[in-house]
Design a protein around this ligand. Structure first.
Ligand SMILES: C[S@@+](CC[C@H](N)C(=O)[O-])C[C@H]1O[C@@H](n2cnc3c(N)ncnc32)[C@H](O)[C@@H]1O
Length: 175
């Protein structure tokens, strides 16, 4: 009986997650939750200049693999993930709590978060979102903020460099 209860709860949570994802993708144009491959993250990170005290954001962090990888390097940086989906955010916060991680997760729409503090921003989203984010970056980010976008370029921005890895492109911009 207990197993049946647990299974029902699990199925309900799963259904809520899928309905919310479907709603976000179809009606809000949000990117779905797909993680960046480890190889691509390694390449992306090895080509960023990270300094002590930097504030690093992963917008639409999902499992926050980009931030987790940076944390393994034991740098004196502030790591912030923003994810709008409730269930992945709660699971991620729990996982980070048990790992004593210093990564901060904000469960919200990143368009509502001010990015003036950001030194480095990582995104793996979609074309529509990158287009809107381009305007936000110009309005809020300081000069020299590094923006790294996997797969989707920012329309009207000229990348400093474009790297290829695993059949995919990584775009680097500086405001
Ligand atoms: C393609 S996944 C990338 C996950 C992770 N950054 C990675 O590279 O492995 C995109 C994520 O962005 C989230 N997302 C999309 N639009 C968002 C928004 N406006 N605010 C917050 N999160 C958003 C989605 O829920 C999804 O988890």
């Amino acid at each position: 009986m207990l197993i049946l209860y647990l299974l029902t709860i699990f199925l309900i949570i799963y259904a809520i997650f899928f309905i919310k994802q479907f709603y976000n993708i179809v009606f809000k144009g949000y990117a779905p939750l797909i993680s960046t491959k480890k190889k691509i993250l390694n390449k992306a990170i090895s080509n960023i200049k990270i300094n002590d005290g930097n504030v690093i954001y992963e917008l639409g962090c999902g499992k926050a693999d980009f931030l987790k990888l940076i944390e393994t390097k034991n740098l004196k940086v502030k790591l912030i993930g923003v994810e709008n989906l409730l269930i992945p955010s709660v699971l991620l916060k729990l996982q980070l709590f048990f790992k004593h991680s210093k990564i901060k997760v904000i469960q919200d729409d990143f368009f509502k978060i001010n990015l003036e503090e950001a030194d480095i921003i990582y995104c793996f989203l979609n074309n529509e979102t990158m287009k809107k984010l381009g305007k936000k970056f110009l309005n809020e980010c300081k000069k020299e903020t590094q923006i790294i976008s996997h797969k989707f370029p920012i329309l009207d921005f000229k990348p400093e460099k474009v790297l290829r890895e695993y059949g995919s492109k990584i775009y680097y911009y500086k405001i």
